[in-house]
Design a binder for this molecule. Structure first.
Ligand SMILES: Nc1ncnc2c1ncn2[C@@H]1O[C@H](COP(=O)(O)OP(=O)(O)OP(=O)(O)O)[C@@H](O)[C@H]1O
Length: 272
């Protein structure tokens, strides 16, 4: 075993890890899991010399290679398109720069404070570890740098994307007009309509953080893990988003001063 072999193994392991992360975004992940289980059963069967079962599985898997190409066609197509566009490095190494996330938080808080004043309904999802590819597919891709103006524009009454949810991924506005799952929780307050129920529903099914602005009352709420915290001030919203999205490790003194600098920049309008 030479150092080149070690590099080879590490590179292949990294590529497999990234492909798995990419698949996690889609329903193909469940299929991949099914195939993996079949391979494990096949290995187990051949270990126990179960000739018939291993013969059946071996043949099923060799046909399965073609089936996989057909089933995974949309994902493979997207992958090839990304390579063609030269975005492979971006796809393989996703960027979650804390500065970008902080800018997104500041833009969100500023937009929510304004939308609360003008009673403009809004529903914003911050994706975390659990990927929301299938939810994003229900809306329109945006992929834009964060700004309060963009967020207000998306939720402006009668704008084409104002209905549904806006999704934030890695500090960027990823999509808008997305449909979220509604919560079936009978314990939710009766005065909550579908916007708030969708926020709670999404937070029950994934680890996302959701921000809602009520069109009726202008109240700002946050949903995390199936719980809805209502009537938040912009200051509390900012603190909650920072602690949920930036994590404790970024709350050291150095980061605090860095975050304050970003906040000043945005307040001065330089982040537009
Ligand atoms: N499943 C969903 N996914 C995403 N957005 C949704 C969903 N259901 C409803 N919405 C959004 O919520 C809006 C309707 O809000 P509704 O008045 O029913 O809710 P609400 O919780 O009472 O909120 P508000 O206080 O703003 O009126 C829809 O126009 C749509 O934009």
């Amino acid at each position: 075993m030479t150092p080149i072999d070690v590099v080879d193994i590490l590179v292949v392991a990294y590529i497999i890890y990234r492909v798995m992360k990419l698949l996690k975004d889609t329903s193909a992940a469940r299929l991949a899991k099914g195939i993996l289980i079949l391979v494990l059963i096949m290995l187990f069967a051949s270990f126990l010399h179960l000739t018939m079962i291993s013969w059946l599985l071996r043949n099923a898997l060799s046909v399965g290679v073609f089936a996989v190409v057909v089933i995974f066609q949309p994902e493979l197509r997207r992958l090839l398109e990304q390579i063609g566009k030269g975005n492979l490095s971006r796809m393989l190494i996703p960027d979650t720069d804390p500065d970008v996330v902080e800018s997104m938080i500041v833009a969100t808080v500023s937009a929510c404070a304004d939308m609360s004043r003008t009673k403009t309904g809004a529903l914003i999802v911050f994706e975390r570890k659990e990927r929301l590819g299938e939810i994003i597919a229900t809306g329109t891709r945006v992929d834009a740098a964060p700004s309060a103006e963009l967020i207000k524009n998306i939720f402006f009454k009668n704008s084409p994307l104002h209905d549904g949810a806006m999704i934030v991924r890695a500090g960027r506005v990823c999509a808008a007009g997305c449909v979220l799952p509604l919560s079936g929780n009978q314990g939710l307050s009766r005065d909550l309509g579908t916007r708030h129920r969708a926020a709670v529903g999404m937070s029950e099914t994934a680890d996302s953080v959701l921000v809602v602005v009520s069109e009726e009352t202008g109240a700002i709420s946050v949903a995390i893990g199936g719980m809805l915290k209502r009537h938040l001030s912009p200051e509390i919203l900012q603190k909650m988003l920072e602690s949920e999205l930036l994590g404790d490790e970024l709350r050291s003194k150095n980061d605090k001063s860095r975050i304050a600098a970003i906040r000043d920049k945005w307040k001065g309008g330089a982040g537009k």
